[in-house]
Design a protein around this ligand. Structure first.
Ligand code: SPV
Ligand code: MG
Length: 432
């Protein structure tokens, strides 16, 4: 009997939309299908983090009759798996002929040549309609549990997790839908920073803790309706100890992935204000108690507790920050946010170098609001695992609004302001 040909198809497999189904149909005509199922790490090289874990996606695909076997593909580069399984044919959508996946395609062709294998390309199915089987649909119906677990999966699979502030659902939508790619790279924002500063400012209020948790979490729930990326919540100092249990409970329940609490007490003054003379820092002992309460209150280990140290903001120096970092880590904090209002990252790097040597080292979080020239590459080198761009969408949108308002007033018409706006058609398409 003639041996059946092996046909290799790489997939993320969160969901089989019409495009994927077409590829499987074509592939099945040539022989037995082996699926190279993208691991989280591989998927992140060209698209967003899959909604479901590898295991969940594998069991979903196992039900498909057309599929003979499923193997992990742990890089976007096919070479390792092609060498291992020596398929006669690879079937892929033709969309990878342009952009950063082009080089991956070239490597596949080169590798297949070694055993006279063939690449078959299927016309890309554009404009996939919204349906219960559509990925976009999935992203909007992400459950709290799925969303919550995404940050841990990102930390595990990325060199640095990139978080951007969003203060309304449309910001969340942007973060969800936009990515950058050119011939060399693909990149995206991994999640949302729910900032006390921009939540307050966008409501015309000062960042002094006057916005209550219910207001902020209701707003988050609205954002969760239109986006699927994980959220880190800025909880200021978390409030009194007696409230912490409820804070953790509420955030976990709605699907927040991480909470940051800072070691300040008394009336809240934003850390970027020059005059910090009225700001008081908590005692190490008291703050450790708070961390412990929060750790004991969480239901899922997917929920991350980040302790934020304000020693550098308050001029207490690197030694004080280090002492606190060790204690907070011992108390159970999963990560340490070391905040600074200096113009360069030298102070946080000095801290990071020392903390890296500690047996209590935990991955670090940076908020480069005052030192924007720092590169992600340099942060990675110093042990930072999350970078939070904490107020950037608010600052850009405010500037644009101001420009438009002035232009209308100056010209007595809106024509000149038009060039800096998106069209009404684009808005309508965005919110279809
Ligand atoms: C926020 O964005 O609210 C923060 C960061 O907590 S900072 O404004 O630098 O304090
Ligand atoms: Mg804040």
């Amino acid at each position: 009997m003639k041996k059946k040909k092996i046909v290799y198809v790489a997939l993320v497999g969160d969901d089989l939309n019409d495009g994927h189904k077409n590829i499987l149909k074509v592939a099945s005509k040539y022989g037995q299908i082996i699926i190279g199922l993208m691991t989280d790490k591989a998927a992140l090289e060209y698209t967003e983090l899959p909604h479901f874990s590898y295991k969940e996606r594998e069991s979903y695909l196992k039900k498909n009759r057309l599929i003979k076997a499923i193997v992990p593909q742990d890089t976007l580069d096919f070479t390792k798996n092609l060498k291992k399984y020596k398929p006669d044919i690879v079937v892929h959508g033709d969309d990878w002929k342009v952009g950063h996946q082009r080089k991956i395609r070239n490597k596949v062709i080169k590798e297949l040549k070694k055993w006279s294998g063939k690449l078959i390309e299927v016309k890309y199915t554009a404009n996939i309609p919204k349906s219960a089987n559509n990925l976009k649909f999935l992203s909007h119906s992400t459950t709290a549990e799925l969303r919550k677990s995404k940050l841990k999966r990102l930390i595990k699979n990325k060199k640095i997790v990139k978080i951007l502030e969003a203060h309304n659902p449309i910001g969340g939508l942007l973060i969800d839908n936009l990515s950058y790619s050119d011939e060399k790279k693909f990149d995206q924002i991994d999640g949302v920073w729910c900032s006390s500063l921009t939540d307050s400012t966008s409501r015309g209020k000062p960042d002094n803790g006057s916005l209550d948790l219910t207001t902020r979490s209701n707003w988050l729930s609205e954002m969760f309706e239109v986006s699927s990326k994980p959220v880190i919540f800025d909880a200021d100092n978390g409030g009194p100890k007696e409230h912490l249990k409820f804070l953790v409970n509420k955030l976990e329940k709605i699907g927040v992935s991480a909470v940051v609490i800072e070691d300040k007490i008394g009336i809240k003054i934003n850390s970027l204000f020059k005059d910090q003379s009225k700001t008081k820092q908590d005692t190490i002992n008291n703050f450790c108690k708070k961390i412990k309460i929060m750790c004991n209150s969480r239901v899922s280990n997917d929920f991350i507790i980040i302790s934020r140290i304000e020693s550098l903001i308050l001029g207490k120096g690197v030694r004080d920050a280090l002492k606190r970092a060790n204690s907070y880590s011992k108390a159970g904090a999963d990560m340490i946010l070391i905040h600074s209002n200096k113009k360069t990252p030298s102070e946080i790097f000095k801290f990071a170098k020392l903390f890296k040597k500690s047996k209590y080292f935990k991955p670090l979080v940076a908020v480069p609001s005052t030192y924007p020239s720092v590169t992600e590459t340099n942060l990675i080198k110093h042990g930072f695992k999350i970078v939070i761009y904490a107020n950037h969408l608010l600052r850009t949108s405010y500037l644009s609004m101001k420009k438009t308002l002035i232009s209308i007033l100056k010209n007595g018409q809106a024509l000149k302001a038009q060039k800096d706006m998106i069209s009404i058609k684009e808005i309508i398409q965005m919110i279809r």
